[in-house]
Design a protein around this ligand. Structure first.
Ligand code: HEC
Length: 119
């Protein structure tokens, strides 16, 4: 009997510790990012990245990020450029603002091209 309260508390704590995870999975069937976060990232891509790469990513101060221009570049190169920036150029690092997972998702979007649906 001495341990029964302890057991109940453990079960409650255990249930609470796993529940946020199951919630996250529900929203994130696609690629672990919530729909809302995906929209925020598309917004960031157009506004922040767009301020250098052009609102439609056709290029500006920074080069074009359209699929045609990126197709021969290794994914890791693109991801690392976004995460760490390019020294000696205007391309800034985003590692403090974006997770690796978010950068991977963004890279996929620019490689595929953002569609009207994504916008
Ligand atoms: C302040 C201007 C600026 C901003 C803001 C910016 N970039 Fe860049 N970016 C550049 C420049 C300049 C280069 C070219 C660097 C070089 O000469 O190698 C570049 C290069 C890149 C490349 C490599 C392209 C290639 O063909 O190798 C990628 C990918 C990229 N940027 C993605 C992004 C993304 C995604 C964002 C937003 C999260 C972003 N950039 C925001 C200026 C910027």
């Amino acid at each position: 009997m001495r341990y029964s309260l302890f057991s109940i508390v453990s079960i409650i704590l255990f249930t609470q510790s796993i529940s946020p995870m199951s919630n996250a999975n529900e929203n994130n069937a696609d690629n672990q990012l919530s729909k809302q976060r995906q929209q925020e990232l598309i917004h960031l891509l157009k506004q922040d990245c767009g301020s250098c790469h052009g609102m439609t990513l056709k290029g500006g101060l920074g080069p074009s990020l359209l699929p045609q221009q990126l197709k021969n570049k290794p994914t890791a190169l693109l991801e690392n450029t976004i995460l760490y920036g390019r020294e000696g150029t205007a391309m800034p690092p985003w590692e403090n603002l974006l997770t690796k997972q978010e950068v991977q998702w963004l890279t996929k979007q620019i490689q595929q091209g953002i569609t009207d649906e994504t916008r």
